[in-house]
Ligand binder design. Structure first.
Ligand code: DAH
Length: 335
């Protein structure tokens, strides 16, 4: 009776569609009974196995069992979906409709600056990545070539988490470079805005937590020229079209060559300086590529990091970093 075997596949498709179409648990239960219940359609097929010629029975039985297992799995999956949905608030279905205007309140100036930075890098094809604020020594220091005796690792400079095997609060966003590269193959084009921690006592320009943006670009044939062009584009967008930048040679253990970036515009002049230091950067060190399993003979890249508070302070003429964290409405409502 080949008819029986031919019914199995269409029945599978029909049952799965019925499970998917069930819009609540009760409907799903009914669909289950229709196909898998004691008088269900698959169950009835099973009961007819005996009527097949003896030599056809094993294959047909196996097929029915596979389909039964598939249906049970589809059923379980749909059940999970429906139970999760039951807890979700009922949302409007058209997510593309414009949002309502904020009726009350406004974005914190650091959020505004971060969003501007992200928007600008997105125009150049950068995606936003993030990583944990509680890091380990490997990602924060070792994989970035930061030697064991480097002062950044000192307990005077880093918060270590008591009772853990060397976990710490990340002192910069650079460990996310390592995490992203370990996870994906080039090309990589990311920025990482995020909170960082250092054992600085709070004064007008330091705070034990602040924010950075990390950037990383890895591909074939990437040059310092690309780095300079990118930084220039973004800083002109952030700080105005008259903004100029310059690179000064510097040292970072995870880049070679390394630079500090200065910029100059009417804002720096207002602060009495022609040039202000704003970021660190360089070409990703071949050893860092080795550490993440990229071939440094094939891939080249650059990275940079800068402080978000510093950008906001210059942009808005703020002289005390602590104002950002005090939530004083007289300060916040100015932005
Ligand atoms: N991590 C550095 C800091 O916190 C900033 C930095 C410098 C990041 C050079 C980089 C880089 O990616 O290439 O001061």
């Amino acid at each position: 009776m080949p008819g029986l075997v031919e019914e199995i596949e269409p029945l599978r498709a029909e049952a799965i569609a019925a499970f998917q179409a069930a819009s609540d648990i009760a409907a799903l239960d009914r669909a289950r009974a229709t196909y898998l219940g004691s008088n269900g359609r698959l169950t009835l097929l099973m009961k007819q196995l005996g009527s097949l010629p003896k030599e056809d029975r094993p294959a047909a039985g196996k097929l029915i069992n596979t389909v039964k297992a598939d249906l049970e799995e589809a059923l379980a999956r749909r059940k999970e979906e429906l139970s999760a949905e039951a807890f979700l608030p009922k949302l409007p279905t058209d997510f593309t409709l414009p949002g309502r205007r904020r009726a009350l309140g406004r974005l914190h100036p650091l959020t505004q600056v971060t969003e501007d930075i992200v928007r600008s890098f997105r125009k150049l094809g950068f995606a936003v990545a993030d990583g944990p604020e509680v890091e380990d020594d490997y990602h924060c220091f070792e994989a970035l070539n930061i030697p064991p005796d480097h002062p950044a690792r000192d307990t005077q400079d880093t918060f270590y988490v008591a009772g853990t095997n060397g976990l710490l609060l990340r002192t910069h966003t650079s460990p996310v470079q390592i995490r992203v590269m370990k996870r994906q193959q080039p090309p990589v084009r990311i920025i990482v805005p995020g909170r960082v921690y250092r054992r600085d006592n709070a004064d007008a320009t330091h705070n034990p937590t602040f924010h950075q943006v990390e950037g990383l670009y890895v591909d074939r044939g990437v040059t310092v020229g690309d780095l300079k062009g990118t930084v220039e584009f973004v800083f002109k967008e952030l700080m105005g079209p008259e903004t100029r930048i310059r690179f000064r040679p510097h040292y970072f253990s995870y880049t070679e060559p390394s630079f500090e970036i200065d910029f100059s515009n009417p804002l720096t002049r207002k602060m009495g300086k022609e040039w202000l230091e704003i970021a660190g950067c360089g070409m990703v060190h071949p050893q860092v590529f080795e550490n993440v399993g990229y071939d440094p003979e094939v891939w080249t890249g650059w990275a940079f990091g800068f402080g978000i508070e510093r950008i906001a302070m210059i942009r808005y003429g703020i002289t005390d970093i602590r104002l950002f964290y005090e939530n004083d409405l007289r300060f916040l409502t100015q932005f």
